[in-house]
Write a protein that binds this ligand. Structure first.
Ligand code: FES
Length: 167
């Protein structure tokens, strides 16, 4: 599957202007991820072709970063903080609450294609624990009631929100 000319040119320019291609790899991966909806095998192949890095080298990056999705995800990717401060402020697992509410396991996509729930390391929002991040937006001081309201609002406005805001 070919890339749109504009995206191909943008990535070629990034590679050409970089002193070391490694400094641009994450940005390139996010561009491809946003185009394909996840960093699929096809996207991985394009990244390898355009950067000269092997697929193994790129896989190593993918396994390190929580925000690179190697499998399809929902329109809203809910990163629930798995850090100590958040656990201390939520004795019942917020992660499990979301999975039960949405009827999915870790990394799965809801039947309507809207949601994926993933655990993630500290989001740097400890003072608002427990916290989560959805498509780049922070939510904190969460309670089940607040989570319900957030999910309802996302469902209602699903058509207006861009997928995978990871950059
Ligand atoms: S531990 Fe959850 S935001 Fe830091």
């Amino acid at each position: 599957m070919l890339l749109p000319e504009e995206l191909e040119t943008e990535i070629q320019t990034m590679v050409r202007e970089a002193e070391h291609v490694e400094e641009k790899l994450i940005d390139i991966i996010y561009l491809l991820q946003n185009h394909f909806g996840c960093f699929s095998d096809v996207a991985l192949g394009h990244a390898s072709r355009l950067t000269g890095k092997t697929t193994v080298e790129l896989e190593e990056l993918c396994t390190f970063y929580d925000f690179i999705y190697r499998r399809p995800v929902g329109r809203f990717v809910i990163h629930v903080c798995d850090g100590v401060a958040c656990w201390m402020h939520h004795e019942n697992s917020l992660f499990q609450y979301l999975c039960d509410k949405l009827g999915v396991g870790v990394g799965e996509v809801t039947e309507d294609g809207l949601f994926t729930v993933l655990p993630t390391a500290c989001l740097g929002n400890c003072h608002n624990a427990p916290a989560m991040l959805i498509n780049g937006k922070h939510y904190g001081r969460l309670t089940p009631k607040k989570v319900d309201e957030i999910i309802d609002e996302l469902r209602e406005n699903a058509d207006n929100i861009i997928q995978c805001l990871c950059r």
